[in-house]
Write a protein that binds this ligand. Structure first.
Ligand SMILES: [Zn+2]
Length: 317
């Protein structure tokens, strides 16, 4: 049994996982503008509450897995780089914190990589060896696996920066510094900023919305809003280009799509698949598409998988 923690931008999710199933989970506000380290006492309390509610003690748990939306070192111990949020956790000794506060070994991994592992170990992509995953959340997270190995690269950044491959070199500058990143054109946080600069926005029903994103556009488009329909068509080109970039880079057999945007999978998936068929260079055929049922659960399951793997490795099994 492992404790798993997913530090998202809005919520911190904590789960207790045994053999590929989340037994219980809870969530506390991330308050990520205040950093990560100030949240650790509440995280610790959240873990203790969750365990006692489930009638489990810390001694019953074998380890902890923490998922973060940034670049992690090859040992799975520290956060090397992150944009905007949680920057106070750079270089923080998570394993030391866990050992002193909870008495458990700990592993850290990028959240999208964890989700990919969770999907392949226990989810809709079970048993696949060559896969890419795209999570359309607040930002756009990605991960890749080749020949059964999750791609990490020399500096820990391979596979996870697919949201930061450009889909328009004349486009918006991203918070990573690169102009035209997929994430800066077509992610939940970026769409309202870009849309507001496009002609016709003021006449759209979107102009009257607050805190809008993926779902709002699709709804407005369905309701006949001409601007929203044009925006949806434009976004499909960006999302399609992002997926084709990943296919060209990593040669996957399956493309796993996840995140809030996939609530509209029925509407989007056929069009994304068609775009990929039209534009990807894959002479062997076309990668299969699959949708992750619950991104949150994939991350927690993946972190538990990694925590267990680390326990086996440290025992030399
Ligand atoms: Zn970027």
């Amino acid at each position: 049994m492992n404790v798993t923690i997913d530090f998202g931008g809005t919520n911190i999710k904590i789960g207790l996982v045994r053999e590929g199933s989340v037994l219980v989970k809870t969530s506390i506000p991330a308050l990520s503008d205040n950093g990560l380290l100030t949240r650790l006492p509440d995280v610790e309390q959240g873990i203790r509450r969750l365990l006692s509610g489930a009638g489990v003690s810390l001694a019953d748990c074998r380890g902890i897995g923490i998922a973060l939306p940034g670049i992690i070192d090859g040992e799975g111990k520290t956060l090397l780089s992150i944009k905007d949020k949680y920057t106070d956790a750079l270089g923080f000794d998570f394993a030391g914190w866990s050992a002193s506060q909870l008495g458990l070994p700990l592993v850290v991994e990028n959240d999208a990589r964890a989700a990919l592992l969770g999907e392949i170990a226990y989810g809709n992509a079970r048993g696949e060896k060559d896969a890419v995953l795209v999570i359309f959340g607040t930002g756009i997270g990605t991960a890749a696996m080749i020949g059964g190995e999750v791609v990490r690269g020399r500096h820990g950044q391979a596979g996870i920066l697919g949201g930061h491959l450009a889909t328009d070199i004349y486009g918006e500058r991203c918070n990573c510094g690169n102009p035209g990143c997929l994430e800066a054109q077509a992610s939940h946080w970026a769409i309202p900023l870009r849309a507001a600069k496009l002609p016709g926005f003021a006449d759209s029903m979107l102009a009257g919305e607050k805190d809008w994103g993926y779902e709002t556009i699709l709804r407005a488009s369905e309701e006949g809003d001409a601007f929203a329909a044009r925006l949806e068509a434009d976004l499909l080109l960006h999302w399609g280009a992002g997926i084709v970039n990943l296919i060209h880079a990593y040669d996957p057999e399956v493309v796993i799509l996840s995140g809030g945007l996939m609530k509209s999978a029925d509407r989007l998936l056929p069009r994304l698949a068609e775009r990929v068929r039209e534009t990807a260079w894959t002479p062997w055929g076309t990668p299969r598409f699959t949708v992750a049922e619950d991104p949150e659960t994939s991350v927690l399951l993946g972190m538990s998988y990694l925590a267990s793997r680390q326990q086996h490795a440290s025992k030399g099994e």
